[in-house]
Design a protein around this ligand. Structure first.
Ligand code: NAP
Ligand code: ZN
Ligand code: ZN
Length: 349
């Protein structure tokens, strides 16, 4: 199986290009997956361009991976050769600390091993993600994919799906609540779908007037253009919960003001610059400001099963791997409806 084809960036200013990487041979508890589709998360772009710091090159991003199991180690029980399987943002953790035992492997006290740009104890280098022909992952970090769903449109559930499902569940979003979603990109469009599926009345905040119709179709009851101050004011002190998915610097105070007493604004977007907060926007109304990071393995499987039962997938635009650099430029212009997914067959051609 070695070496295999992948798309990698050689530096923070270099485009992603065809390259070759090595994967380990599957051990007793490992699963080897031929990657069929891989979603394009804004975190891929942040990492490739070293916007958060700490990127090691060459960098092979991609953590919304679905494919077909081609080989399993003798001790593997969860999947068999020929099954569909998924890999999200995590490929390993200690499995023994309090957070791991509670099913929150993303907060592993020894340090979670992320799918790319993390220390790979097998190779001694860094982990390489899903913009590649195949991946080898420990069985416990492999997800079962519902057969009933369109496979390509399922891939982004592995990050965009769980990252929005988890906080909506944690903060108990239910019927009768007024819930805001800020930004209609990959994460935002899944937040709208899930909050609607949980019965909430959803208001979408966008900077893109052209996304209004789509937001209503996806499950929002109302769309607010966030640059319009008068429209924003109409919603003052009225939200139970707001999920902010914005990838760039923006005014968070404008949203804190929209929470009612004891309401929570949770950040999942991860801009590289700080977001200043006015103290009075928190202390008036005892408002809460929080954050959330992807989700652990048990909840990711729960989310996938929920999507299988309710027929929920992502709205995607399929691209060939050769279009990836252009796709990144479009992401920066908020021009994606609503997740790019790479057809990995294009890597073979
Ligand atoms: P995306 O598809 O590019 O969507 C981001 C959306 O934010 C855009 O579509 C746009 O929505 C809005 N936006 C962009 N620039 C803006 C600006 N300057 N001011 C206001 N709004 C702006 O990105 P994504 O893949 O959904 O990821 C979003 C963020 O979440 C990224 O920072 C990513 O790294 C982070 N993330 C975090 C986690 C986690 O675990 N917490 C997991 C995955 C991703 P409108 O056009 O509607 O305004
Ligand atoms: Zn992601
Ligand atoms: Zn741990």
């Amino acid at each position: 199986m070695n070496p295999i084809k992948a798309y990698a960036a050689a530096s923070k200013t270099a485009p992603l290009e065809l390259s070759s990487i090595h994967r380990r041979d599957p051990g007793p508890c490992d699963v080897q997956i031929e990657i069929l589709f891989c979603g394009v998360c804004h975190s891929d772009l942040h990492t490739v361009r070293d916007e958060w710091g700490g990127t090691v090159y060459p960098c092979v991003p991609g953590h919304e991976i679905v494919g077909r199991v081609v080989k399993v180690g003798p001790e593997v029980k969860k999947v068999r050769e020929g099954d569909l399987a998924g890999v999200g943002c995590l490929v390993d953790s200690c499995r023994n600390c309090g957070n791991c035992r509670d099913g929150f492997e993303q907060f592993c006290e020894e340090g979670a091993i992320f799918t790319y740009n993390a220390q790979d104890k097998h190779s001694g280098g860094v982990t390489y993600g899903g913009y590649a022909e195949s991946i080898v992952v420990k069985e416990s970090f492999v997800l079962r994919i519902p057969e009933s769903l369109d496979l390509a449109a399922t891939a982004p559930l592995l990050c965009a799906g769980i990252t929005t499902y988890s906080p909506l569940r944690h903060w108990n979003v239910t019927a009768g609540q007024k819930v805001g979603v800020v930004g209609l990109g990959g994460l935002g469009h899944m937040a709208v779908k899930f909050a609607h599926a949980f019965g909430a009345r959803v208001v979408l905040f966008t900077t893109s007037p052209g996304k209004t119709e789509d937001a209503l179709r996806l499950g929002a009851s109302e769309v607010v253009l966030s640059k319009n101050e008068a429209e924003m004011k109409q919603h003052a002190s009225s939200f139970d919960f707001i999920l902010d998915t914005v990838s760039a610097k923006h005014d968070i105070n404008a949203y804190l003001n929209l929470l009612k007493r004891d309401g929570t604004l949770t950040l999942v977007g991860a801009p590289s610059e700080g977001l200043p907060i006015e103290a009075f926007n928190l202390i008036s109304g005892r408002r809460q400001f929080a954050g959330s990071l992807i989700g652990g393995l048990p909840e990711t499987q729960e989310m996938l099963d929920f999507c299988g039962e309710h027929g929920i997938t992502c709205d995607i635009e399929m691209i060939r791997i050769q279009q990836i650099n252009e796709a990144y430029e479009r992401l920066l212009k908020s021009d994606v409806k609503y997740r790019f997914v790479i057809d990995m067959a294009s890597l073979k051609g």
